[in-house]
Write a protein that binds this ligand. Structure first.
Ligand code: PMP
Length: 352
């Protein structure tokens, strides 16, 4: 539906469709790559303390959190920006570094929000096909004279690039911005964050939504040369200077300080991932090599959409994408061992 007043600019815009978010806890929810574990107790404690001060605006510079992130990742606070989820900083990237003269390129199978941001911001974009095995061909990205966005590990495949490949892409496009979206990096891929000190055209994006169990708090960040951070801040201050609320800001500090808690959860998720892959392979599934907190799996016995629907009927939510090349697959978020056992049991039921 659309009113007769809606700007022509947006009449053709098809918004991003988020995964289903049922609010009644009825499902084993393995569809939007959240952590199955609650946030760190320290994050919750700090957020509660800040709740008492919700009458006051948050710090628009986000200084305490930028400092904590800088300390954790061995950068300067000037190399950090914090945003309302990493989705927000992605939007700033499209606004700052793409226009009619500088198109943006990303893989044809990747995070579904990239083409939506391109269209919403009215910038031309090129979708570069993955290889038949769903990997990225690095050669496609060398010296291409475009802004480049790559999720590493990629979504929904879970496949990661080598750091040397990323460096080659950055090096070969010195006059263009390269964005590495590291939403899932903590689950086993190599982060490009150290390259930020070496290259002034690299932006590394991170999120608290997955490894740090704070999807509902909405907190993302980016690391880059301080001039790039200044550009992104120009957009931030022109949009919503209080983009990170004070509860979220301090939850973010708490989560960073409680690194042990995050590490323990990461180890569990990785263990559960390997367990699930093994068990699904025994059932004849083909699974792409995942370095993320999800796996992308297909069975020759059942179509992806049907499997998704049959699992949903049985109380397990996974994600299915209609794009032709990947419509045989389902994406399964890795949860607790108990959740994965329910999933496996229901899959056996469906297949029999
Ligand atoms: N990048 C990728 C690759 C993602 O899968 C997601 C999660 N949907 C995001 C960014 C955005 O996450 P958030 O806004 O919760 O930080």
């Amino acid at each position: 539906m659309m009113s007769r007043f809606f700007s022509n600019k947006y009449k053709e815009l098809k918004p991003y469709t988020p995964g289903e978010q049922p609010q009644d806890q009825k499902y084993v929810k393995l569809n939007t790559n959240e952590s199955p574990f609650p946030p760190s107790p320290l994050a919750v404690e700090y957020a509660k303390r800040e709740a008492e001060k919700l009458n006051l605006y948050s710090d628009p510079t986000c200084k305490p959190l930028c400092e904590e992130l800088a300390k954790t990742y061995d950068l300067k606070p000037e190399n950090v920006i914090c945003t309302n989820g990493s989705d927000e900083v992605l939007d700033f990237v499209f606004k700052c570094y793409c226009d009619d003269d500088i198109p943006v390129a990303f893989p044809n199978i990747s995070y579904g929000f990239y083409p939506v941001y391109a269209k919403a911001n009215r910038v031309p974009f090129v979708e570069i096909p993955l290889k038949n095995d769903f990997t990225i061909d690095v050669n496609d990205y060398l010296g291409i004279n475009k802004t480049i966005i790559i999720a590493n590990p990629n979504a929904p495949t879970g496949i990661a690039l080598e750091l040397s490949d990323i460096e080659n892409i950055v090096k070969s496009n010195p006059d263009n911005i390269i964005v590495i979206d590291e939403a899932y990096v903590a689950f086993g891929a190599d982060s490009a964050v150290d390259l930020v000190k070496k290259y002034d055209n690299l932006i590394v994006i991170g999120t608290y939504s997955k490894a740090m169990s704070l999807a509902g708090a909405r907190l993302g960040f980016a690391f880059a040369d301080e001039k790039l951070i200044s550009d992104l801040n120009t957009l931030r201050y022109s949009t919503n200077p209080y983009n990170v609320n004070r509860m979220t800001m301090f939850a973010g500090i708490g989560a960073l300080q409680d690194a042990e808690y995050t590490k323990k959860n990461l180890e569990t998720i990785i263990e559960n991932r390997e367990y699930t892959v093994n068990e699904l392979e025994k059932l004849g599934f083909e699974i792409l090599t995942s370095k993320a907190n999800f796996i992308f799996a297909k069975s020759s016995k059942i179509d992806g959409k049907e499997l998704y629907l049959e699992l949903k009927k049985r109380g397990v939510l996974v994600r299915h994408f209609t794009k032709e090349q990947i419509s045989n697959f389902v994406r399964i978020t890795i949860g607790t061992k108990e959740q994965m056992d329910i999933l496996l049991q229901k899959i056996k039921e469906v297949l029999s």
